[in-house]
Design a protein around this ligand. Structure first.
Ligand SMILES: Cc1ncc(COP(=O)(O)O)c(C=O)c1O
Length: 381
């Protein structure tokens, strides 16, 4: 396993926590170095995975310890639903809401599927920006729900104005904030204005705000829309433990909102049975604010370096608030992908309608991105 030599001082990070709470401090130098030593990145069959937006660093030491401690014949392997209930309670406490306002699922994916089934039908369309995270759109296509796909704005942000204009008669509006793949984000005032406008003009429409990447946002760039979800029955948010918490393989995510709304989603599609170890891991990871602050800071520094590399060479990259960047390479993503794959690096899939020009690159560890940049130079040559 490789080690980074970088040292981290105490860095205040506000919104990077993505929680309602305020600032957190990165811990001691020794702790940071221990974490960095485990930041080896994700590889499958020797191929560097810069395509899935997983944390290159994985879960924090406390989370790993909790998983080890619970891997016993009785607790981790048997039926012990208490841990799942504890997680639901823990999430509710963390946000200061009721347990009825939390819907758990095996990853946020089943929730995304359920939302389309619950709130759309042949005459109430699914409305989405494009490109964005596409599980909900795929679900709509799979069950023949009509959809409306709207372009991003000039800066590759989600065009909220155009979403609001298409709310008439729609079933569900999907807003990925920050947006995958473009990494762009809308601040709290803009989101609030949008939500209030839609709820005033089209009160029957549902709004889904997907906050999977909230922990990676730049300080001050956004706040959770949870207060709006608690105020409006037709607004809800989703979160995932697959990104900054590093638990993608554990399959755990959740929705927050009003009870009636969450019940409709739950009834529309199976949320799966969250497993005990995933519940233990997720609760530990949620409460380990210090680790999330470190993860966000590490990602932010790597992100600045990689964005800098492309911008210095004249490529446009929107400011990213995620653990991936979306670069205008001026060539098909497939061509760049093939060139990188020759050097055992896999970058992101096509994101229509921008697949002829833009490529999404997930951010790996420091060592990985150093190596990747050398490969990018060759692929761009
Ligand atoms: C914006 C967004 N939402 C949801 C998900 C689904 O994540 P999971 O099902 O692992 O929670 C992803 C995964 O990449 C994502 O990018």
């Amino acid at each position: 396993m490789k080690t980074t030599r970088r040292e981290f001082g105490k860095v205040a990070l506000g919104s990077a926590l993505g929680a309602i709470s305020g600032k957190a401090l990165i811990g001691s130098k020794a702790q940071a170095q221990t974490r960095a030593a485990h930041a080896s990145g994700v590889y499958h069959d020797g191929v560097m995975q810069l395509n899935q937006n997983e944390s290159a660093r994985g879960p924090g030491p406390k989370t790993m310890e909790a998983i080890h401690n619970h891997t016993t014949k009785r607790v981790g392997m048997g039926y012990s639903p208490d841990h799942v209930n504890e997680l639901r309670d823990g999430i509710a406490n963390y946000y200061g809401i009721g347990t009825e306002n939390v819907l758990l699922a095996t990853g946020s994916t089943p929730i995304l599927r359920g939302t389309v089934r619950a709130f759309c039908n042949e005459s109430q369309a699914f409305v989405t920006p494009m490109p964005t995270y596409s599980t909900s759109l795929q679900e709509a296509n799979r069950i023949n729900i009509p959809s409306v796909e709207l372009s991003l704005d000039k800066g590759l942000g989600v065009d909220l104005e155009s979403l609001a204009r298409n709310a008439d008669g729609a079933g569900l509006l999907y807003v990925c904030n920050p947006n995958n793949p473009s990494g762009t984000v809308h601040g709290p005032d803009t989101i609030e204005k949008f939500v209030r406008r839609v709820m005033r003009d089209n009160p029957e429409v549902r709004i889904h705000i997907d906050e999977a990447y909230i922990n990676y946002t730049r300080p001050g760039a956004m706040e959770t829309a949870l207060p709006l979800a608690m105020e409006f029955e037709n607004v809800f948010i989703t979160r995932s433990f697959s990104k900054a918490h590093g638990l993608a393989g554990m399959r755990i995510g959740y929705a927050l909102g009003q009870e009636q709304t969450l019940n409709k989603i739950d009834q529309a599609w199976g949320m799966g049975d969250v497993n005990m170890l995933a519940a233990v891991a997720a609760l530990t990871a949620l409460e380990d604010k210090e680790h999330i602050a470190w993860e966000a800071q590490e990602n932010a520094e790597i992100r600045d370096e990689v964005i800098g590399f492309f911008r210095e060479r004249g490529y446009e990259v929107p400011d990213s608030n995620t653990n991936h960047i979306f670069v205008n390479l001026g060539m098909p993503a497939s061509k760049f992908r093939a060139a990188c794959l020759e050097h055992n690096i896999l970058v992101g899939r096509d994101f229509p309608p921008l697949e002829q020009t833009h490529c999404r690159i997930s951010l790996g560890s420091r060592e990985q991105m150093k190596e990747a940049i050398e490969v990018f130079k060759k692929a761009l040559a």
